[in-house]
Ligand binder design. Structure first.
Ligand SMILES: C[S@@+](CC[C@H](N)C(=O)[O-])C[C@H]1O[C@@H](n2cnc3c(N)ncnc32)[C@H](O)[C@@H]1O
Length: 273
């Protein structure tokens, strides 16, 4: 199935979809598991007092607000995203948390960054790389604008590993693929990142694997189903009635304590030599 990733095509989304995306980004930002993974790598950033961190594909700025909330981070942040609506939301959320004086947001494409080379002390890409058209080009741009010796953290899902319990395994597999196709451009990119980093002239420094399993009750995955479960039907990838049956069964499983969903995530740390 050809990808229909709503994040890659964020500028083509209507207001209702953007509102749902904003709500969901903030929901995931508050999820203790995802927040823990994010805080873990933010805590590994070596940034001097005057340092600047660039967040690629920052969306509503969840990762930037977490960074600026760290007691021992005294630097500044710059966020860039394709979507003017998400950048507006990012400004508003930052102002509401009182950190807007330490952050600048730009509308732009991470394939072609409008920043001079060697500018940033560190770069983070929090669930961006799975959505872009050309991951290799984005990594090359990151390598260009980070200072020599600077860190680049790339966190994302290995979305091809997402799986859900379903009574009809065959349709279940088709549905998993269709959901992934609807929301992710590169569902297997985390498996080739070591090679892509090398090709971008970056040194692979470390990887931290993460596994999320929700069994019995769903939380993150149930919210993903509520936000994106209907997309395969709406996008014409699968019959809407079959998609509704799948969603209903997930909802029932959740209510009756019989839910199952799981997926793998990874945090890569790379360095510019
Ligand atoms: C899944 S969201 C992650 C948002 C945020 N980093 C977070 O974790 O909450 C992916 C983001 O990447 C942005 N994006 C996708 N392609 C982009 C591109 N080529 N240039 C800049 N941003 C892009 C989308 O607009 C979206 O905000």
């Amino acid at each position: 199935m050809e990808s229909r990733d709503i994040f890659r095509y964020i500028t083509k989304q209507d207001k209702a979809t953007l509102d749902r995306i904003i709500e969901r980004m903030e929901f995931r930002g508050k999820n203790p598991v995802f927040r823990g993974w994010l805080m873990e790598y933010l805590g590994k950033l070596n940034v001097t007092e005057m340092g600047e961190v660039l967040a690629l594909g920052c969306g509503t700025g969840v990762e930037i607000r977490c960074l600026l909330s760290l007691r021992d981070f005294f630097g500044r942040a710059v966020g860039i995203d394709l979507s003017p609506e998400l950048i507006d939301a990012a400004y508003n959320f930052s102002a509401a948390e009182g950190v807007d004086s330490r952050v600048e947001y730009y509308i732009g494409d991470v394939h072609n960054l409008d920043f001079e080379e060697d500018r940033f002390d560190a770069i983070i890409a929090h669930t961006l790389i799975s959505h872009v058209a050309e991951p290799a080009d984005v990594l090359r741009e990151a390598a260009r604008v980070v200072k020599p010796g600077g860190q680049i953290f790339i966190f994302d899902g290995d979305y091809a590993s997402w799986s859900f319990g379903y009574s009809d395994p065959e349709f279940g597999k088709t549905m998993e693929e269709a959901v992934i196709t609807s929301i992710v451009n590169n569902p297997r990119v985390m498996r080739i990142l070591p090679r892509l980093l090398q090709e971008a002239g970056l040194r692979f420094a470390s990887v931290t694997p993460h596994h999320l399993a929700e069994v019995g009750k769903g939380n993150f995955f149930m919210s993903a189903i509520e936000s994106y479960g209907a997309l395969p039907g709406k996008l014409g990838l699968l019959p809407e009635d079959k998609v509704s049956e799948w969603i209903d069964e997930q909802q029932r499983n959740h209510e009756e304590g019989a839910f199952f969903a799981s997926g793998n995530y990874y945090t890569y740390e790379a360095r510019r030599e």
